[in-house]
Design a protein around this ligand. Structure first.
Ligand code: FFO
Ligand code: ATP
Length: 231
């Protein structure tokens, strides 16, 4: 199963898996949708996954992340709590914690509108729903880690394409918070999107504010984009 950590076109095994996991093959995403129509369409497909499909996707995702070269040396990783059918990174987190990795959750900045801060995520931490209903640590709890001091950030994606184009929930939170990475790419954390493989679309227009991802990891593959400096 380690062979899923590949950027080629996949093996017969991954074809069978994609038939099992995806509610529809990605080719069926309608053409010519606006960004917000596409967002609605993929979010609806994502929410329609069964508990078993989500669980299976989470297991394959964990294997692909554990084998990912960009994460081998990472010790401080930002992650997210799955919402709205997002692929679930909990299994990866529990396995990686045994290797001494510290995880951080995004918290909406109460004053710096549209920006995120990152708080440590460990057992027993108190979480409260933010204005989108997503649980997050309190802004005043725990020692925050500045975005530039993270080794890697695992972005929740709504959509992505094979060229590094990214569609998020539409708030621009990740784009604003990691805008610095376009000016100082060598200092930036590894920026890696997570998604179900069927969230891949043919092509997304790149907006001027879009922060380029180093790669995307799905339940089926690891996609790595131009500009990723790791071997
Ligand atoms: N799991 C997870 N956590 C995350 C994000 C995410 O995408 N996923 N975020 C990534 O940025 C931030 C929260 N951003 C979000 C932006 C919009 C919506 C959302 O549901 N928008 C509604 C309308 C919301 C409203 O105004 O009431 C919608 O589009 O239907 C949710 C989260 C931080 N935490
Ligand atoms: N660096 C920035 N500074 C100011 N506004 C920004 C910046 N980045 C994005 N925005 C604004 O955020 C809005 C949402 O952007 P977009 O549709 O690309 O969000 P998204 O990438 O889907 O969301 P997210 O980044 O939260 O995952 C846009 O209208 C854009 O003007």
């Amino acid at each position: 199963m380690g062979s899923r950590a590949t950027s080629d076109n996949g093996s017969p095994g991954s074809f069978i898996l994609s038939q099992f996991i995806a509610p529809q093959p990605f080719e069926s995403h309608p053409d010519n949708l606006t960004r917000s129509q596409l967002r609605r369409h993929i979010r609806q497909l994502r929410r329609s996954l069964s508990v078993e499909q989500q669980q299976r996707a989470s297991e394959y995702l964990a294997l692909n992340l554990l084998n990912h070269p960009d994460l081998h040396r990472a010790r401080h990783i930002a992650i997210y709590l799955p919402n709205d059918g997002e692929i679930d990174p909990h299994l990866y987190m529990s396995m990686a914690r045994r290797k001494g990795i510290t995880f951080y959750l995004p918290v909406l900045h109460p004053i710096h509108e549209g920006h995120l801060v990152f708080s440590p995520y460990h057992d027993g931490i108190k979480l409260t729903a933010n204005r989108f209903g997503i649980p997050e640590p309190s802004f005043s709890d725990g020692l925050k880690r500045p975005p530039w001091a993270l080794d890697a950030v695992l972005f929740p994606l709504v959509g992505f394409d094979e060229h590094g184009g990214r569609l998020g929930m539409g708030g621009g939170f990740y784009d604003r918070t990691f805008a610095f990475s376009r000016l100082r790419p060598r200092l930036a954390p590894k920026l890696i999107g997570l998604a179900h493989d069927f969230q891949k679309v043919k092509e997304l227009p790149v907006e001027p504010w879009d922060v380029p991802l180093h790669g995307v990891v799905t339940d089926q593959r690891c996609y790595r984009f131009r500009g990723s400096s790791s071997p």
